[in-house]
Design a protein around this ligand. Structure first.
Ligand code: PEP
Ligand code: MN
Length: 340
């Protein structure tokens, strides 16, 4: 368990009172507050929780982790104002061609999208599928950013690419579903000090996903945007099963922001809007959506990418829904408890 100390309280003020326990205590600075890790649970927890220096006792037994549980910093990402409007991250699965990509970026910016996405290095199931344009794509992403002012969110597959991503001005590093539990990559990406978009591995429980976020926060990520993108179940009608239930659970487990990716969950353009709206209704604070200038010609995920017109319809309806429900989500975010 962890004793999360109140702002301004030093571990030295508490350690002497721990008696025997102090020998086994480990001290960690979590953001601006100190936490004392102790290998005990049970009755002692009740006692320590009463101390005025202790803001909260965080118990691993209950599936709680100190950073994701106590995180309270603010979120800054382009023009997005958290709580006021949904976050829209949109763009193609992969960056494929300069002129059409720059035109799409301008159109998305004009529609009020706050963040541009676009794959540079792609994690494809088959080694024979298109693997992304790599460094060339990063150049065009940087060009799109200077043209539109939109921050960039791009998936990173390897720590060897970090330098290139930072030089290209990528604002948010996306850790894809396949890499959620690649703790080395997570840690190295977090060390850049940039926020991470952390997709849920389709095989991961919410607790495992939150522990991955804990790694990132521990390594210095200022914040982590949690993204539900569908889990693997027995159902095969859609590409994955979007776990909408995860969204209210996250709202109660952590103050970290949460969004959904209806595109990869759906696998087909037809299902992207209903899944996106369901996610917003369940408390997603935004959506990341694949939008392509001409989806049938896309070199990856052609079936699930939306046209600008389809995306525009989803955006209008999603905003109306968010507006209608927003006060209930603010309430949900305010009271955190364990996911178990
Ligand atoms: C993506 O967003 O480009 C992607 C590959 O998604 P996921 O990691 O969720 O499969
Ligand atoms: Mn894709």
């Amino acid at each position: 368990m962890w004793l999360l100390l109140r702002e301004g309280v030093l571990p030295e003020e508490v350690l002497p009172r721990l008696g025997e326990q102090a020998r086994r205590a480990e001290v960690h600075l979590l953001g601006t507050r100190w936490a004392i890790a102790l290998p005990v649970n049970g009755v002692a927890v009740e006692t320590f929780a009463q101390w005025q220096e202790v803001e909260r006792v965080i118990s691993a037994e209950k599936g709680e982790f100190p950073l994701v549980r106590s995180w309270s910093a603010s979120v800054e990402l382009g023009t997005w104002r958290r709580g006021e409007a949904p976050l829209w991250i949109a763009g193609p699965c992969s960056v494929e061609e300069r002129v059409s990509f720059l035109r799409l970026a301008r159109e998305l910016a004009a529609m009020g999208v706050q963040v541009l996405r676009g794959g540079a290095y792609k994690a494809r199931t088959s080694p024979y599928s298109f693997q992304g344009l790599g460094a060339q794509a990063l150049d065009w992403l940087a060009e799109a950013k200077s043209l539109t002012g939109l921050p960039l969110c791009v998936e990173i597959l390897s720590e060897t690419h970090l330098e290139a991503y930072v030089s290209a001005g990528i604002d948010m590093l996306q850790i894809g579903a396949r890499n959620m539990d690649n703790y080395w990559l997570l840690t190295e990406a977090a060390r850049t000090g940039k926020p991470l978009l952390l997709k849920r591995n389709p095989q991961a429980t919410i607790t495992e996903w939150l522990l991955a976020a804990e790694y990132a926060l521990l390594a210095g990520a200022p914040w982590v945007l949690l993204c539900e993108r569908g889990i693997r179940t027995f159902e095969r009608s859609l590409r994955y099963t979007l776990d909408v239930g995860a969204l209210p659970v996250l709202a109660r487990s952590t103050a970290l922001p949460r969004i959904a990716d209806p595109s990869h969950a759906a696998g087909e353009a037809l299902w992207v809007e209903p899944l996106g709206l369901a996610a917003l209704a369940a408390g997603a604070e935004g959506l990341i959506v694949e939008v392509h200038p001409n989806p049938p010609s896309a070199r990856s995920d052609a079936q699930q990418q939306l046209t600008l017109e389809q995306f525009s319809k989803l955006k209008v309806r999603g905003e109306a829904l968010f507006e209608a429900l927003k006060t209930s989500f603010q309430g949900a975010s305010a009271s955190h408890s364990s996911p178990t």
